[in-house]
Design a protein around this ligand. Sequence first.
Ligand code: ADP
Ligand code: SF4
Ligand code: MG
Length: 334
Amino acid sequence: MSAMLVDVVSVSKRFTPSVSVGERIAAWLGSPVETRTVHAVDDVSFHIRKGEVLGLVGESGCGKSTLGRVIAGIHPPSAGRATIDGLPVMGEGRKPLKTTTRIQMVFQDPFASLDPRIRIGETIGEGPLAHGLVGKADVHAYVAQWLAAVGLPAEAADRFPHQFSGGQRQRVAIARALAMQPDVLVCDEPVASLDVSIQAQIINLFLKLRRELDVTMLFISHDLGVVRHISDRVAIMYLGRIVELGPTAEIYDRPRHPYTRALLDSVPKLVTGSDELVTFKPIQGELPSPLSPPPGCHFHLRCPSAQARCRTDAPRLDAAAHSVSCHFPLAAGE
Ligand SMILES: Nc1ncnc2c1ncn2[C@@H]1O[C@H](COP(=O)(O)OP(=O)(O)O)[C@@H](O)[C@H]1O
Ligand code: SF4
Ligand SMILES: [Mg+2]
């Protein structure tokens, strides 16, 4: 078995939003203020092997970005730890290891993540220069090399972000991340803000990069279709927990968790032999609030297979290669 590069062990992340002025006044007048804690990530463990792409999928608000940020060392975890090659991603005193270049992130909105006043060449070159990955004399060539890797011409270095299309800006953001020569790339919804045709181009770019550079990636998306093509394994997240994790083909062809099944069924599909009939089954019920997730299995209010035990007893992810967290998992292919 190849080496583990990223190890996530029992990571939880809770947010307790600060009390608003209105609530403080209400408290002063004698009304009780309930403490609202969001369990954005709840006891999550998994690993990513060197050179592997792990897809992380789930509905909006289930905790994907928070988990990605904990792994990238941006958020300190409330409990548990994330390590890369055995070293914690957070430094002493729970401060991010600022000097680390080992994990880089690519975000959903390439415009927000690029400084509008700074030329692209400088944006890509400044980190590698600051960390001694390249010397001043060679930085132009270095930047051109990464621009070429993401399919942009060397002249792009002299332009500003607004002179690019959304897809090109995402290419720039990817080049900036890769130029730091990270061991791990955390991509958080990197194609979600792009047109469908551009999405395909950027996915193809990621496929090329993983083939040529053997990058290790955590690839986050709410879209099952996007993750399928890029991932070796896929983790399915629901209300802060990983509910199923396994090799990509297994997850898509033989899902074992009722939520994964429901997610797959909710994707519109063309009926074979027709170019018009589209079928899909939306997931029943509402997504519960992460402020008060249901007890037991978080999915029990929406699950067609739920039984009495599911209401009180939280299932655990088992340790199998295709692991599932469910008291009554589906038989393969159900
Ligand atoms: N900085 C924060 N402060 C308070 N709550 C947060 C913060 N970041 C995320 N959350 C909450 O944590 C939950 C998970 O959010 P997020 O990780 O962004 O989910 P996803 O990326 O899957 O959409 C949500 O309920 C969100 O409102
Ligand atoms: S544990 Fe129960 S409620 Fe949860 S997914 Fe499995 S069968 Fe459904
Ligand atoms: Mg997100």
